[in-house]
Design a protein. Structure first.
Lengths: 460, 478
């Protein structure tokens, strides 16, 4: 089949878009959009012949026809309906997006002291100059086809802007809901997080579905961190099993900044997360953790790229996956250490647990090192549960089935345990157990954990 | 580490040219040339047909570009595909018939072909440009039923074996350079170890490129029949020339049930000068097939030469309980580039593979490990362990590690570890305070770094490899 044909619906949609929503976008955004659609037209959907997409075939996405959601959401969501997505935290700041459009009624955002947590549309109207140096600039001109599509169809999204020294105590939760009542919707959520010097915040991005209809979410998040800024970034992808999810998170770090990321992928039929971090100035540091659980015929791909152009940078990566059913998982992690990046400390680990006969893992850690005074390691492992460990449980009267689940949970816990937000950590624990199947000793196990945590908190 | 720079800079001492009259094919490549080569070799019809098939396939193929090496486009028409020293008689006969110059060449290279002078226990097939000039200890090997001869001889005398196994591991359409090799290969070694025989001595081939503008395309085929064992060594050198020369070889190994093949290479082709001028392009396809149960193939390579090394000695683990091993030291100095590694394809049950790869980059060297571990759905209880370590000497070099792991069976256990670092000041300081000079300390540490690989080489080779490494690195350390 001629792959050029696959681009046509998107190119046509872009044309019709000119007549509607993005008319409100500032001219510099519209300019970037025209450029982006040109880029997409040139690139087309990636094929498995391209190294970066060797193990992920996006043809099913390209061949499904999707439509853009209407500007005024027809579906109303109530507070109750979004409560399952809130981790029980009513006091977190949040911005809720439904099929890509901002829903102010369900959102509550902090403000004051120059902090801006709002929809991009609102900023476009009032002070678009504030974000001009960042939006679309971070992802740059070498965006891949999907990121280019996102820019081309940029209508709304979330902005988190922290001025110099701003610290926000409560996490900021960005919830992107694909309401699948009207199936076949494509949305292109866009997030921009700017943390100026010495700022500090926690941002949680949730990608979820309501209902079982099929949808396609093509997300892009751009993050810029100033000197000594710190950001904790959680990204949870829990779309329904009929949806497609492609996302790119692009991070640019200044001197001494810290970036901590958790990329959690549980959902969608085909899912891919690109996480690109540029440690652009001396002494910046990032920790990238990830957890993916796949079942059925799911396909989850995580691609990380850490660029060390300057000295004294540190990067740590830990990605773990548990696979069941006929699912497939992919990890490709590239670390590039440039000639000037002496004293770089870069570590990367990817481990996969296969729990079924037909599950498949493709992992491709890559180290490219052009400096000599560096410490770089990477490791990858694929395996199943140790027979000895299972036997040990059996000798203690714990059934094989239970032992398997506990061991699998223990495997995931290496990542879950590093999550610093309590509500997310316990939610993840529960989710992992749910995915491993009905399991009666779950509540005790988790309660036990929480109690332990409570005790230690009390001690503080 | 500045003191280490003071190390004397020795020249590539194998870089001389032997003055012999050569019988060459005209420059360029076309079907006529292939017929010419085939005719020279007095090959049976099937061989010519095979070559032509490969050539026609090659014409449709494009040169691969995915590798992490850079070189100007190769003009395949500006090359000589066949060059042989003129001989009184066709085919290598007794030693008396070989040109004195050639004998002296090998003598100079430290490979005396005179059996009296040889280290006992190593049989050598000496390949000079496109032809095999001598094979030693042939009679002694024949007593055990071992066939060890030049490829051309095998095509004529052991046609059935060649017909059966040629291309069975590396088909002619496998890749661009394998196809080119299949079309124009001129000679190489053939080796067959019969059932249950443990080959009484190490077999070895010494490749020498002598003529200018020739490409060397040799082909090696080793078949180890049920329950047999063979250890095979390969060495190579070339004269110093400003122009790059292409070496595109194919090596096929077949291990039947219970057989073991140990294949060791010390690759020391001319690497080019300090500015990266000249040197051999070493684009080689090496692959072994563990066809039978409980068979084992082990590759050990020490890659110190060549301007560009690009090869992935691989093992197809088809038989149940078969074992594949890959031990490698790759060194890049000055402007050398290496993109090397292995592929382990697990097909049979309980198959095991071990990969130990050590990369050393110095000067402007660019060293890449690229490997594939593939576990197919039927490969129950497959096991792989991979370790890749890179050592960086100097701030202008590069080390890349690009492993691919594809697992389609849950019982598989695959582990990959890699690290990149330089020689730490602590290590050097420790040696110095024990009175070891910085030069010796560096060479000691490097030898320690490579030890796991060297210990898998036959003894004489291990000594040679260790020496080679220190020579290649001289002047680079600092």
């Amino acid at each position: 089949m001629n792959r050029d044909v696959l681009k046509t619906p998107y190119l046509n949609a872009f044309e019709s878009l000119q007549g509607r929503g993005n008319g409100g976008n500032p001219s510099w955004v519209r300019e970037a959009q025209r450029e982006a659609i040109g880029r997409f037209a040139k690139l087309g959907f990636p094929t498995t012949r391209e190294e970066a997409w060797k193990y992920t075939n996006v043809t099913p996405i390209a061949e499904t026809s999707f439509r853009l959601p209407s500007l005024q959401p027809q579906i109303e969501l109530s507070n109750d309906q979004i409560s399952p997505f809130l981790f029980g935290q009513q006091n977190w700041h949040r911005l809720v997006f439904l099929n890509g459009s901002f829903v102010p009624r369900l959102s509550r955002a902090p403000s004051g002291n120059g902090v801006k947590v709002c929809s991009l549309k609102a900023v476009f109207r009032s002070e678009s100059r504030l974000i001009e140096p960042y939006l679309g600039q971070l992802i740059g001109r070498d965006a891949d086809a999907f990121a280019a599509l996102n820019t081309a169809f940029l209508e709304d999204g979330a902005l988190v802007y922290l001025p110099e020294g701003a610290m926000i105590e409560n996490p900021i939760h960005l919830i992107f809901i694909s309401h699948a009542e009207a199936a076949g919707i494509v949305s292109h959520p866009r997030v921009l997080i700017v943390g100026a010097g010495n700022s500090k915040a926690t941002v949680v991005e949730s990608y979820v579905s309501r209902g079982g209809g099929h949808s396609f979410t093509n997300a892009v998040t751009e993050i810029a961190l100033g000197e000594d800024a710190a950001l904790h970034y959680y990204r949870l992808q829990q779309k329904n099993g009929n949806s497609f999810h492609i996302g790119t998170t692009q991070v640019e770090q200044n001197k001494g900044s810290h970036f901590l990321s958790f990329s959690i992928s549980f959902g969608a039929k085909i899912s891919r997360h690109n996480l690109n971090v540029n440690l652009a100035a001396e002494g910046s540091e990032c920790t990238l953790n990830g957890l993916y659980l796949t079942s059925g015929d799911q396909h989850i791909d995580n691609a990380t790229f850490v660029h060390h152009p300057k000295p004294h940078g540190t990067s740590h990566q830990l990605y773990k996956g548990i696979l069941t059913g006929q699912s497939t998982a992919v990890f490709s992690g590239r670390v590039l250490v440039r000639q000037d990046a002496q004293k770089t400390d870069a570590h990367q680990v990817n481990k996969n647990l296969l729990l079924s006969e037909q599950a498949t893992v493709d992992t491709k850690p890559q180290l490219e090192i052009l400096a000599d005074d560096v410490k770089c390691t990477h490791g990858a492992a694929v395996g199943q549960l140790e027979e000895e460990a299972l036997f040990y449980f059996e000798t203690r009267g714990i059934s094989r089935e239970k032992a398997r689940k506990l061991l699998a949970y223990g495997f995931a816990n290496e990542v879950i345990g590093t999550v610093q937000l309590d509500p997310i950590r316990s939610a993840l624990g529960r989710l992992v157990f749910e995915r491993l199947g009905d399991f009666s000793c779950l509540p005790e196990a988790l309660k036990h954990r929480d109690q332990e945590k409570d005790l230690s908190d009390g001690g503080l | 580490m500045d003191q280490a720079k003071a190390l004397v800079n020795r020249e590539y001492k194998w870089g001389f040219v032997t003055d012999v009259e050569a019988d060459s094919a005209p420059r360029g490549l076309n079907e006529e040339i292939i017929r010419f080569i085939s005719l020279k070799k007095k090959e049976p019809a099937f061989m010519l047909q095979w070559r032509l098939n490969a050539y026609r396939r090659w014409l449709q193929m494009t040169e691969p570009r995915w590798q992490h090496v850079h070189y100007p486009a190769i003009d395949y028409q500006d090359m000589i595909y066949y060059s042989a020293p003129k001989q009184k008689k066709d085919g290598p006969g007794s030693l008396d018939e070989i040109d004195k110059e050639i004998l002296e060449t090998y003598e100079k290279l430290g490979i005396p072909l005179d059996e009296q002078k040889r280290l006992a226990g190593v049989a050598v097939d000496a390949v000079f440009d496109s032809v095999s000039v001598a094979t030693t200890f042939k009679e002694k090997l024949a007593e055990k039923g071992v066939i060890f001869c030049s490829f051309s001889e095998a095509v004529q005398n052991h046609t059935e074996l060649v017909k059966k196994y040629l291309g069975s591991v590396v088909p002619y359409a496998d890749n661009f350079y394998a196809a080119l090799n299949s079309a124009v290969f001129s000679d190489g070694s053939f080796c067959y170890i019969p059932k249950g025989v443990r080959c009484p001595m190490e077999l070895s081939t010494y490749f020498r490129i002598n003529s200018a503008d020739t490409g060397q395309f040799e082909r090696t085929l080793i078949v180890a029949d049920e329950g047999s064992y063979v250890s095979y060594l390969e060495g190579c050198t070339a004269p110093i020339r400003d122009k790059n020369q292409l070496h595109a070889a194919v090596v096929e190994l077949v291990a039947l049930e219970g057989a073991q093949i140990k294949y060791s290479t010390v690759q020391n082709w001319y690497a080019g000068d300090k500015e990266g001028k000249g040197g051999i392009y070493n684009f080689v396809t090496k692959r072994g097939k563990c066809a039978g149960h409980r068979s084992k193939i082990s590759w050990t390579q020490v890659e110190t030469g060549s301007a560009i090394t690009w090869k992935y000695p691989s093992v197809i683990l088809q038989g149940d309980d078969s074992i594949g091993e890959f031990y490698s030291v790759a060194l890049t100095n000055n402007y050398q580039q290496a993109d090397t590694g292995t592929k382990m394809i697990h097909i049979g049950k309980n198959t095991k593979s071990t990969v130990i790869a050590k990369g050393i980059s110095a000067g402007h060297g660019d060293n890449t490990y690229r490997g594939l571990i593939k576990v197919m759905p039927a490969a129950m209880n497959a096991r792989n362990y991979t370790q890749c370590d890179s050592l960086l000497l100097g701030s202008r070099c590069a080390a890349n590690t690009l492993p691919y792991i594809e697992v389609k069976n849950r019982t598989a256990k695959v582990e990959h570890e890699a690290s990149t670092s330089k020689i730490s000041e602590d290590q050097l300081f420790y040696c110095k305070q024990r009175g070891i000079s910085p030069e010796n300390a560096v060479s000691m540490i490097i030898n320690g770094f490579c030890k796991e690989v060297f210990k898998n080489l036959p003894m004489e080779f291990a000594v040679e490899a260790s020496k080679l490494l220190s020579v290649s690195l001289e002047g680079a350390v600092g």
